[in-house]
Design a protein. Structure first.
Length: 585
């Protein structure tokens, strides 16, 4: 080896770090990867009892209280001589009212300020229960945009997957809690109490209530609109969802963009500088003691940082995402930490999310560029294994032998190629396989998803239709509904259509042009785009009526009868035009 080669060898071996990189550049053989620390039934049961527990109010300091166990998220109250500062409002008004009743026994008085740490529904859905006359609602400037995304183009997919993640129809014995808190009750008025912020900021701000200063710091992590709260007089840090007692959800299986991992690490480091004496998260129980808090925050940021760095090293060494998932594990000292137990987020899901967020879906393997279509691949694999009957028998035998994951893989191949009748016959076996896999999974998101999916295959699952009040509809921009409308065109029914409808909003004094052009919907706000066909009609209404019609809460007929909607042009043609679009949430 020449001098330059020796230098490269030494630098790579000393700085490469990861076993994958070391093997690629020729360093000595690495130690075997540590085994994953898999949560057990006892791990989950202990967590449900100690990190969440029965509904109760915990006194953190003489002036600071947190309601734990009432809902998926906590509510925190700072009591001052002039009233209360409330942080996060739980998911439903019903549960929020229960928590307020108990908190008021220790912290009586009106709500002077309500702070949303971020826009997830479990933190804002119960807001109406906390509002009094003159209550200011605080959030970051990004709150509205992030919240509205939940009602955007992918909300149906996210809702279906979210119902599975939290095991909507799974019995309490099978899913004792979510790792973050009490299981949500989707039959309550979930989301009906949402209110928009009246005060927003970027970076950092502060305000005082009753002579007590409250500092708000923008701190991206769990979301892009996250903040943390610092109360200097109490030496109390309220981290929102940037810390809770479980491995962080760097990606959520209900579906969203991967979380900003580097910014999450940075936010945790900013919190460490405060040297808090009380750490009161919006999920799970508080932590007190400066040393214990420092240890918890360091452990949390190191867990995230370790996974991110391992992904970067492995990807730069040429490994694909599946290889990274198979090899990346937390080191023992982190894997055993209670703060990083994989009961909510998971390391392997996080690896995929970080990789995809930075490098996209393609993992560099040429075989991945032009693969056979999935169903064709399944057809050929089944044929190579001797046909559907033999594969089905192997799946049944695998289930009996405790190989449920292998059985589920085989059954997925049969579902790919089977007739409608054959797929129907397979459903009970698929449900059994899902349940067998799920019973050994103690990550509550994964467990809930598998067990809820099993119920759906058995025809026992129920869907969720969120409640959207007129008060909330009024806050949502009309452009959100048109963004969604552009994706709701029934393309096959419009492949030969080329026409434009003009919509005028009286209250906004704004025009919108909706064009259907051979299976594609185009929306132009304000003025029509060049080449747009002359509108065949003009529909005039107000924005709230349009939003209600878009959600299926109102009909054009009733809106016409009470003069909230009028049409200039061909009425029947307007009806045909609008019927080409799916409506509702």
């Amino acid at each position: 080896m020449g001098r330059r080669g020796s230098w490269v060898f030494l630098v790579c071996c000393s700085l490469g770090g990861g076993a994958s990189l070391a093997s690629v550049v020729g360093c000595s053989k690495s130690d075997p990867k540590p085994a994953a620390v898999v949560p057990t039934p006892q791990t989950l049961s202990d967590h449900c009892q100690t990190a969440i527990g029965a509904p109760r109010v915990v006194k953190v300091t003489p002036n600071l209280f947190v309601a734990v166990g009432y809902d998926l998220a906590n509510t925190i109250v700072l009591h001052t001589p002039d009233g209360n500062v409330v942080v996060d409002a739980m998911m439903s008004p019903e549960r929020a009212k229960q928590a307020r009743a108990e908190l008021s026994k220790l912290a009586p008085g009106p709500t002077r300020a309500l702070i949303f740490t971020h826009s997830h529904i479990d933190h804002v859905g119960g807001a109406s229960a906390w509002l009094d006359e003159g209550t200011e609602i605080w959030a970051t400037a990004r709150f509205r945009e992030h919240f509205i995304k939940q009602y955007g183009v992918f909300q149906r997919a996210e809702r279906i997957r979210g119902v599975r993640q939290f095991g909507r129809n799974v019995d309490a014995k099978s899913l004792e809690c979510s790792a973050l808190g009490r299981n949500p009750d989707f039959d309550l008025h979930v989301g009906g109490g949402i209110r928009m912020p009246t005060k927003t900021f970027s970076g950092k701000t502060s305000f005082s209530v009753g002579g007590v200063e409250v500092e708000l710091v923008e701190a991206h992590g769990e979301t892009d609109d996250e903040l943390f709260v610092w109360i200097p007089s109490e030496r109390a840090l309220l981290p929102g969802d940037n810390f809770y007692r479980a491995f962080p959800n760097l990606y959520t299986i209900r579906g969203t963009r991967a979380r900003p991992v580097s910014e999450w690490i940075s936010s945790l480091d900013t919190m460490r500088r405060l040297e808090a004496e009380h750490l009161v998260p919006s999920h799970t129980v508080p932590v007190s003691g400066k040393q214990a808090i420092q240890q918890a925050l360091v452990t949390y940021r190191d867990g995230i940082a370790y996974v991110r760095a391992a992904v970067v090293r492995g990807a730069n060494a040429g490994l694909g995402v599946d290889e990274l998932v198979d090899t990346i594990r937390l080191p023992p000292h982190l894997a055993k930490a209670a703060e990083l137990t994989e009961l909510y987020g998971q390391v392997d899901w996080s690896v995929r999310a970080i990789y995809d967020n930075e490098l996209g879906w393609f993992d560099g393997s040429p075989q991945a560029l032009y693969p056979l279509p999935r169903k064709e691949l399944s057809r050929r694999e089944i044929a190579a294994m001797g046909g559907s009957e033999k594969v089905l028998e192997l799946a049944r035998r695998s289930l009996e032998q405790g190989e449920a994951r292998w059985a589920l893989h085989l059954l997925s191949k049969l579902l790919d190629v089977g007739s409608e009748s054959a797929r129907k016959d397979l459903k009970p076996l698929v449900a059994r396989a899902l349940r067998e896999v799920g019973k050994d999974v103690y990550n509550t998101n994964g467990r809930g998803y598998l067990l809820q999916s099993a119920l759906e295959y058995e025809g026992k699952g129920s869907s969720l239709k969120p409640e959207v009040s007129d008060a909330l509809l009024a806050e949502l921009p009309v452009s959100t509904f048109f963004d969604t409308m552009a994706t709701r065109l029934k393309a096959d029914e419009a492949k030969d259509v080329e026409e434009t409808l003009k919509i005028h909003f009286r209250d906004l004094d704004e025009d919108v042009f909706v064009t259907v052009r051979k299976g594609v919907a185009e929306v132009a706000m304000g003025t029509a785009l060049p080449g747009t066909p002359e509108p065949f009609a003009t529909l005039t209404t107000d924005s709230l009526t349009w939003k209600r019609m878009a959600l299926g809460k109102d009909s054009p007929l009733s809106a016409s009868l009470d003069e909230r909607l009028s049409v200039e042009g061909e009425l029947l043609r307007v009806r045909s035009f609008t019927e080409r679009f799916d409506k509702g949430l």
